[in-house]
Design a protein around this ligand. Structure first.
Ligand code: GUN
Length: 288
């Protein structure tokens, strides 16, 4: 059984990016600059954005954090997005999700200039992805592909089952795994809240990707022996033994599933760090 160490893999990718930045600097090129917009003070979002900014510092990118109040109006937020679109110093930027309920997130994402959309959430980039045209890939599915690739996990001809149909993970993941590419060439099934006989389907998965946001949803009886299990969940559950009062747990019951999987990602330290590495990769590309 192999633990897919996203933390170490992300670190290795970040070292590679750092080297590329250093080479570019030596030849007088501009440092890549990522901006992140955060609205309100969702603690999980703040933590993710903090990791993204720290990673920029590590690889030698410039970064800007734009912190906006929870009660900002949608038109004001879109003005902020426009300002970033127009700012020549910024190569790429993200608007951290989720946004407050009074804001139409889709309208905000559509205001981001596609060439600066390093999250790959703009319809132009999502459309390119669905057509197989090179584009900014959303960080989470891209990070999973990268991990499968770096751990030399065979995907061609395999049955990949994806739990969750979100536009930022499940749907793009399905498109990427079914592409005629490597990694890719999977037969893909997407399962969701209305899927019947879920465990029957997951038990046919050679590669099972859980992205539903329900702690310990995937249990050992749902796994085919030897399956590769990718856990995208980052759920905060109460834990009075921790200083923070919570701990992070995935969508997979790791301790039980680890017995029958051939490879599995831990939470934390699996998919999460990979998404950061992929965001940096997109930002490097945005600068080129
Ligand atoms: N919220 C959860 N995942 C993501 C992500 O990849 N990008 C942004 N902007 N927000 C998120």
């Amino acid at each position: 059984m192999m633990i897919l160490d996203g933390k170490a893999t992300s670190k290795a990718i970040q070292e590679e990016i750092k080297e590329i930045v250093a080479i570019r600097m030596a030849s007088g090129q501009k440092r890549p600059h990522l901006a992140a917009v955060i609205v309100g003070d969702n603690p999980a979002s703040r933590s993710y954005v903090g990791h993204k900014i720290k990673a920029c510092e590590f690889v030698g990118f410039d970064s800007s954090l734009i912190e906006l109040p929870e009660n900002i109006r949608q038109d004001e937020l879109i003005d902020e997005v426009q300002a970033l679109n127009d700012d020549q110093a910024i190569d790429g930027f993200i608007v951290q999700l989720p946004l407050p309920d009074h804001i139409d997130a889709q309208a905000v994402l559509e205001a981001v200039a596609p060439e600066k959309d390093v999250d790959g959430f703009h319809p132009i980039n999502a459309g390119k992805l669905s057509l197989g045209i090179p584009s900014y890939l959303p960080a989470t599915p891209a990070g999973i592909l990268e991990m499968l690739d770096r751990y030399a996990i065979e995907t061609a001809g395999k049955h990949a089952v994806i739990l969750g149909r979100s536009s930022i993970v499940g749907t793009p993941m399905a498109l990427l795994l079914s592409r005629n590419a490597s990694p890719g060439n999977c037969t893909v099934t997407i399962c969701h809240s209305r899927t019947q006989n879920l465990a029957e389907i997951t038990r046919t998965a050679d590669i099972l990707i859980a992205a539903i946001g329900k702690p310990h949803f995937v249990t050992s009886d749902m796994i085919k022996p030897g399956a590769v299990v990718i856990d995208v969940g980052i759920n905060r559950i109460e834990d009075s033994t921790k200083k923070s009062g919570f701990r992070l747990t995935g969508d997979v019951d790791f301790d039980a599933v680890v017995e029958s999987a051939s490879a599995i990602t831990p939470v934390p330290g699996g998919v999460g760090p990979m998404t950061i590495a992929m965001l940096l990769k997109n930002t490097l590309q945005a600068r080129t």
